[in-house]
Design a protein around this ligand. Sequence first.
Ligand code: C2E
Ligand code: CA
Ligand code: CA
Ligand code: CA
Length: 289
Amino acid sequence: NADLAMYSAKNRGKARYEIFSPAMHNIAMKKLALENQLKRVISKKELVVYYQPIVALKNNLLVGFEALVRWQTSEQKLISPQDFIPLAENIGIIIDIDLWVLREACLQLRFWQEQGLINNPLSVAVNLSTKQFSQPDFIENIDNILAETGLEGQYLKLEITENVLIENAELTREIFKQLQQREIQICLDDFGTGYSSLSYLQNFPINKIKIDRSFISQMDDNDSNPAIVRAMMMIANELNIEVIAEGIETLTQLEFLHLLGCHYVQGYWFSPPQNREKIELWLESFSQN
Ligand code: C2E
Ligand code: CA
Ligand code: CA
Ligand code: CA
């Protein structure tokens, strides 16, 4: 048996080696080219922010938007964040990308406020890479962006993943305190997909958790038991944390979430992420009724 294991391991190794030369080279070259392009996205003004509505389940009212970045290349191709955020994290440019998105989203919300397109306290939620939290000037950057755009902290929410809590617990705690002082809420994104234990929720001042789409899409067929989502809801309620469910695509999912007492929902069922112009048309159609 040991012989057999060694044999197959060797074989696998060999197979891997054979695959390497031509194909891997190609991939490496493409990656390098993409990296070089990525380094210039900001100076070339090739990033755009899309906005996805977030809705309160109890009254169907719009409560805000999530800002989601896209890369619009000079060839007018729209690249999804899934295809460039990981690379941007590797080369460190993610710090600048996130700050650019943050500034843009704050500016946009402030503009909509001033135009009277939105009046009730709508907020914008911005995604931050874990790396952002280890930047010594992070809070200073936040303050500058709020000052420059004129947006009040209470209208800004930051979406972070649980890695932030694990990797840098002490520093994170201090940053959270600073954010709280500015009334900026913290939302734990992709909840349930990571490795952190639920005790993290208790140890940090988290305002909201966002249940990942992977759990919501399992709630579709009638005989599936939404046990995990129900458990998350119970814990969140216990800790006085509000819950957002993302990726709602069907009425069945929506009804399940309603039944479970979920507070906020977001998904294609309501609207996909849209560019500024589309959101404005959408908001205008509301104010006319
Ligand atoms: P996320 O933060 O979990 O964002 C939710 C993703 O689910 C978005 O994908 C959104 O378009 C998609 N989505 C929303 N509703 C539905 C639905 O009903 N069905 C389906 N199939 N998908 C839905 P997107 O925009 O491609 O973003 C992917 C990920 O990229 C985000 O996941 C987030 O982790 C990251 N990302 C996006 N923008 C930024 C950013 O500015 N900074 C950082 N650091 N990460 C970002
Ligand atoms: Ca998010
Ligand atoms: Ca997610
Ligand atoms: Ca995410």
